[in-house]
Design a protein. Structure first.
Length: 106
């Protein structure tokens, strides 16, 4: 455990959990709120017919699915930005070439 890590305790679906984390207090509140929302909404959807462990696994799959989608969207966004930057760089380069050729005329 690093010096910055601290013990985080929380309850989820009636069970107590504890782990060490170096995340800030604000980040932990956000993370735990998201996990609670996803897990508890998943538990409500199953009308309490699944054991807590299965609800947790289904929630993990849901989170992983969202992560993969966001990662794909980010990669697409990055490619689009790189293309736009390339086009802008080319336009700037061509503008500079035009200016230098015009300034060379007397």
């Amino acid at each position: 455990m690093s010096e910055k890590e601290r013990l985080v305790k929380f309850e989820l679906l009636g069970q107590q959990y504890a782990f060490y984390s170096s995340a800030t207090e604000e980040d932990m509140r956000t993370i735990l709120a998201l996990v609670r929302r996803l897990v508890e909404s998943g538990a409500a959807d199953t009308t309490a017919t699944l054991p807590v462990g299965k609800v947790a696994v289904m929630s993990c799959l849901n989170i992983a699915s969202r992560y993969v989608k966001l990662k794909q969207e980010f990669e697409e966004y990055r490619r689009e930005c790189e293309e736009r930057m390339g086009c802008l760089s080319e336009e700037i380069r061509m503008g500079l070439v035009d200016e230098s050729s015009e300034s060379g005329r007397v």
